[in-house]
Design a binder for this molecule. Sequence first.
Ligand SMILES: NC(=O)c1ccc[n+]([C@@H]2O[C@H](COP(=O)([O-])OP(=O)(O)OC[C@H]3O[C@@H](n4cnc5c(N)ncnc54)[C@H](OP(=O)(O)O)[C@@H]3O)[C@@H](O)[C@H]2O)c1
Length: 279
Amino acid sequence: MKVKTAIVTGANTGIGKEIALFLGKRGIKVFLASRSYERTLPVINALEKLRGAQKCEWISLNLDSLGSVHTCADTFLKKNASLNYLFNNAGFAGLRGLTKEGFELAFGVNYFGHYVLTRRLETALLSSKNARIINVSSKIHNRVKKLDFPSLRKFTQSSSGINEYAVSKLANILFTCELHRRYRSVGLSSFAVHPGLVDTDIWRTLPFFLRPLLKLRGMLSAEDGAKNVVSCAFDFDTTLSGQYFSKCLPTKPSKLAMEEKLAVELWEKSESWMDQYSR
Ligand SMILES: NC(=O)c1ccc[n+]([C@@H]2O[C@H](COP(=O)([O-])OP(=O)(O)OC[C@H]3O[C@@H](n4cnc5c(N)ncnc54)[C@H](OP(=O)(O)O)[C@@H]3O)[C@@H](O)[C@H]2O)c1
């Protein structure tokens, strides 16, 4: 039987690391895309110890530079492998800034870098039967009441960066819906997922006195958060493509996240930005 392949972004830690281990246990060949080989080495070692696991490969990926995103895609495409699963998982919350090409930092890393990566990997995804794209979003997207396009090209405006994080997670869902509308008829499915409130490094930017409060709200382990994400790859029928999942159930996202016109506008703007920064 042909070995299945997956790319996991942000595979060195947190939910991404657990997604990679889960895929390894299923005998899927995993491409670990992350910023640092050294920090991914423990995951590579853990995957190599799994019985029956395929040899994994590391690919460099820094989502705040489109040059790095293109190089990551080129590295994978040169292997002439088809791609069965793309887990757009990497992300951060609570930092402020701009990406190399001048996108608001959270929007650029959590959404736009993944948009470019996904589009560049289109041929590899389409060459495998029933491929799936899983975009890791968050229920925090519900906070966003309006998508202000000019602010996506400005330095982070809020002092905590949380508003911009919420916008990036809304964009993940709009992207999923539009991917579904454009590619479902050619056999490519897309899912957006809230992994739950998960105990990972993503909370490192939170003031340390607030962290115990989060724990009191009951946090999932990274492994359980990852289970919620991988369920979109294995447990649901492709007829559920285009949907947003929470607690392993198809869930209605915010009204804004379901606006088709907005999803089209975001796609078209992203496409023209991608053309502007192509190599
Ligand atoms: N934890 C939660 O409660 C929660 C809730 C809802 C949604 N999520 C989503 O779950 C996903 C995974 O987060 P996590 O909780 O596992 O957080 P995490 O432990 O902090 O892991 C985040 C991953 O993203 C990578 N990353 C950050 N910036 C990057 C960049 N510029 N280029 C490439 N990779 C980058 C990190 O790499 P480095 O190690 O190099 O920084 C790390 O591998 C995120 O999309 C997050 O929004 C998490």
